[in-house]
Design a protein around this ligand. Structure first.
Ligand SMILES: NC(=O)c1ccc[n+]([C@@H]2O[C@H](COP(=O)([O-])OP(=O)(O)OC[C@H]3O[C@@H](n4cnc5c(N)ncnc54)[C@H](O)[C@@H]3O)[C@@H](O)[C@H]2O)c1
Length: 104
């Protein structure tokens, strides 16, 4: 069974992906590696996932609707877990539109 997880370079997405991989599942992880916080940390998380043969990482923005459509058609996931999001409260005071773009 293949699970498509968005936000696999993020805190929750990374841990979910690793737990599923450890359980022997196949995971496709998507992230745009934005600079809301340290990009290197996100790259390092993905590098840890790339060690698993059943993992495929994809750098893509959720808002690339055509790319997302193609990815889903290609992967045909049994489940999708959408954890890519703009989180945080204070950041929204200065970057309100990022929330509308990624979270809606
Ligand atoms: N961490 C917590 O304690 C907590 C608690 C409750 C709810 N949540 C929710 O869970 C979700 C994930 O939280 P997190 O802590 O893992 O956040 P995170 O910021 O660590 O991870 C989110 C990931 O999504 C990616 N992303 C953001 N916008 C994207 C886009 N448009 N396209 C592709 N990738 C994109 C980011 O690069 C990042 O790696 C959020 O919706 C958050 O509000 C988190």
């Amino acid at each position: 069974m293949t699970t498509l997880i968005t936000g696999t370079a993020g805190f929750i997405g990374f841990h979910l992906a690793r737990a599923l991989l450890e359980a022997g599942e196949t995971v496709v992880g998507l992230d745009n590696f934005n600079d809301y916080y340290a990009v290197q940390l996100k790259r390092d998380r993905h590098a840890l996932l790339e060690v698993y043969p059943r993992y495929r990482g994809v750098e893509m923005d959720l808002c690339d609707h055509e790319g997302l459509r193609r990815l889903v058609a290609d992967v045909r996931p049994a489940a999708v877990c959408n954890l890519a999001a703009q989180a945080g409260v204070r950041y929204s005071l200065e970057h309100p539109f990022v929330y509308a773009k990624s979270n809606l």
